[in-house]
Design a protein around this ligand. Structure first.
Ligand code: TMP
Length: 244
């Protein structure tokens, strides 16, 4: 095989292909949390997250949001356009949860007056710290024009995903995005959108623990992680079928 492993992350492995403009992402069942201090496996997660990401990237693509997604040669494998990943993770929040509550004292579940867009430095050694605009420019991570483009795209993605998940009877609490730049200098949505990278609450359930359909079930040892991920996959794929 002409595939060479170029990078192994916590949840995915990246390989080269015969075509230098195309990479292969293999999604793993491995799960980590708290900067890999907690490790485990979620059975079937590789396939589920690959399929959910493919569905959401297809949906976003049909709404004029460019992504690096090409196709899935296997259920847990995704061919993507090769891009240079921007070293800034973009988190969009609609409802207070997680680190926002810990760092600001806002109560979990508070609906934010408008979506919050935050930037984190993609650096495992530093533990992905929160960035400010000035720190982004100080470190020369992204230039001001590109950062505006990223923020606008993140807000547009949020609007599209919120309405998509609403139709799945799921509340999109918050999520993390990564962006890449292709050979023609175009900005593309990259990486994944899955229960690993989003907070998703069952809209028909108000219990603060049983409504959780995302990786918080793993982070907080809530149990029934696999079935929650499966439920998200089922609803997302059913909704995509209706939309396209
Ligand atoms: P946070 O509340 O822990 O800052 O997380 C915000 C969102 O970002 C949540 O949906 C989970 C996602 N996320 C990742 O995808 N990767 C990460 O490393 C972290 C810390 C959060």
């Amino acid at each position: 095989m002409s595939q060479t492993k170029i990078y192994e992350g916590k949840a995915k492995i990246l390989y080269t292909t015969e075509d230098p403009e195309i990479l292969l992402t293999v999604y793993k069942d491995d799960a980590t949390a708290f900067n890999a201090q907690k490790r485990g496996q979620i059975e079937g997660k590789g396939v589920i997250n690959c399929q959910i990401t493919a569905a959401l990237f297809t949906w976003l693509g049909s709404n004029n949001i460019p992504t690096h997604y090409l196709d899935c040669p296997q259920p847990n494998q995704m061919r993507v356009k090769a891009v240079k990943i921007v070293p800034v993770e973009v988190v969009v929040r609609n409802i207070a949860a997680g680190s926002l509550c810990r760092q600001t004292g806002l109560p979990e579940g508070k609906v934010l007056p408008s979506p919050l867009v935050e930037y984190y430095y993609k650096s495992d050694e530093l533990g992905d710290p929160l960035l400010t605009r000035d720190r982004i420019f100080l470190l020369d991570l992204v230039d001001p024009q590109r950062l505006t483009e990223i923020e606008n795209m993140a807000r547009k993605i949020n609007q599209n995903l919120q309405s998509f998940f609403e139709r799945c009877h799921i509340t999109l609490v918050d999520f993390k995005l990564e962006f890449g730049i292709d050979a023609e200098e175009n900005l593309l949505l990259a990486d994944e959108i899955s229960p690993d990278t989003c907070r998703l609450w069952d809209r028909d359930n108000t219990d603060p623990q049983s409504r959780v359909m995302d990786k918080d079930r793993f982070r907080k040892d809530l149990g029934q992680v696999e079935s929650a991920y499966q439920q998200v996959q089922q609803r997302v794929l059913a909704q995509l079928k209706q939309q396209l």
